[in-house]
Design a protein around this ligand. Structure first.
Ligand code: HAM
Length: 419
């Protein structure tokens, strides 16, 4: 009878030893950078109420209309969170974070879920790190968020990125722009791709996001949002650009940059990399001054970003950047016989308490197999233990790197390895 085997769902992967070290190193770097920028970590549940995401992200977005993993249980409608901003906005309101005073500077790292068609850099379970600065409408906050995001890539050495910048304006600017776009594309409807034609009446700004070849020449002469910005929006955008210049953060303005989530107002940005192929966004974000009110809070301006960890890993690999190398144990105990194995088991806690990484054979294998295993695991030292060694309290300590051997007493093992 053949055995049933199981695999992960399409677009969901296991993270295994050998790769996980890179992730751990990145997570440490994110925590350390957040500490220096004085952002505090927030962890929200992986499931939210479907209505929160529908309202927050927008009914007409691809995420809400096609890509949510949802299920119902009794009266409750659950969704696996497809992004982090609406959940953080909910947490801000639910936990009265405004009462803590000042701006809230929050960051997160975790898994997110979108039922997209998987391809390189696009998964159904993926991971983001992100930050939200809540309670400020100042352009300084926008630039602080962008500086935080770009600092991560700069520290890793991912330098060949482009920061694309746009303003999607305030609601009045956007309404005027939407109308102008509609007027422009309407007579061209027959020439548009099917997907763009469907967006014409519902969300014409998303036509600008189209990657379809036939839409490209039609997009070229489309009206630009920058010509429809209100005085206040234009000033805000100009200040963001000036401040980025002062911080030496390069950017390219892209009047066609519209993000795939509906909550954005004013500043919108994306960090793109040539190493990612068609899914070229390492991360993105912007201002969302109306979202907190939309999810039941008081009017509260905010700005944030989120970046894909899988895509960061693809970009690092393409550039030959290794964030961390797996490290072997300091000591591998090679034991002959049950008594020796027990002795090693008892000895290891003391060595571990002094900071050494210790392991041993757990399967009663031959000396030769154990030495091979110590090598494979890249142990720095092997300690060889048999009956005679135990009787005489004199052990062979083998330096696996230099291929040298020393005779040491039990109490001298730690000192010798640490010297
Ligand atoms: P987003 O552009 O939807 O924005 O996602 C941010 C980043 O997450 C993308 O640039 C990409 O690197 C990664 N990402 C998204 N979907 C996938 C996927 N299916 N597979 C792999 N990586 C993916 C947001 O999520 C907003 N919440 C950002 C934000 C924060 N805006 C304001 N604050």
């Amino acid at each position: 009878m053949s055995k049933t085997t199981f695999t992960t769902h399409h677009g969901m992967t296991d993270l295994l030893p050998g790769d996980i070290e890179q992730w751990q190193a990145l997570e440490s770097l994110i925590h350390e950078t957040a500490r220096r920028y004085h952002f505090q970590e927030i962890r929200t549940p992986v499931m939210e109420q479907t209505e929160l995401i529908a309202r927050g992200v927008g009914q007409l977005t691809d995420i809400v209309s096609k890509e949510m993993f949802t299920f119902d249980r009794g009266e409750d409608h659950y969704v696996l969170r497809p992004e982090g901003t609406a959940p953080v906005a909910r947490a801000y309101v639910q936990n009265h974070l405004a009462q803590r005073g000042g701006t809230q500077r929050l960051y997160y790292i975790g898994p997110f879920f979108r039922a997209e068609r998987p391809q390189k850099g696009r998964q159904r379970q993926f991971h983001q790190f992100g930050a939200e600065l809540i309670g400020s409408s100042s352009a300084i906050a926008d630039v602080e968020i962008i500086a935080f995001m770009t600092a991560i890539y700069r520290q890793i050495g991912i330098k060949n990125t482009t920061l694309k910048l746009n303003s999607v304006g305030d609601p009045a600017s956007r309404d005027a722009y939407r109308k102008a776009l509609h007027d422009y594309f309407r007579p061209l409807a027959d020439k548009l791709s099917e997907i763009s034609r469907n967006r014409l009446d519902t969300n014409p700004m998303r036509i600008l996001d189209s990657k379809e070849d036939q839409d490209q020449p039609l997009k070229a002469d489309a009206p630009r949002i920058t010509d429809y910005l209100s005085e206040k929006s234009r000033e805000h955008f100009d200040t963001v650009k000036q401040l980025l210049d002062r911080l030496d953060i390069p950017y390219e303005t892209d009047p066609f940059l519209v993000r795939g989530l509906d909550y954005y107002t004013e500043t919108a940005f994306e960090l793109v990399s040539p190493d990612l192929g068609s899914q070229d966004a390492l991360g993105g974000g912007g201002r969302y001054d109306l979202l907190i009110e939309e999810v039941g809070g008081p009017p509260t301006p905010a700005v944030g970003f989120a970046c894909g960890i899988e895509r960061l890993m693809i970009a690092s690999e393409a550039l030959g950047i290794t964030l961390a190398h797996p490290t072997g144990p300091d000591i591998y105990f090679v034991t002959r016989g049950e008594e020796a194995a027990r002795w090693a088991l008892e000895k290891m806690p003391e060595l571990r308490n002094s900071g050494l990484v210790c392991t041993m054979d757990y399967a009663g294998r031959s000396l030769k197999a154990q030495m091979k295993d110590a090598n494979r695991q890249q142990a720095r030292f092997a300690v060889i233990i048999g009956e005679q060694e135990l009787q005489e309290n004199m052990f062979t300590l083998r330096d696996m790197v230099k291929s040298e051997e020393y005779q040491v007493k039990s109490d001298d093992i730690a000192g010798r390895v640490q010297s």
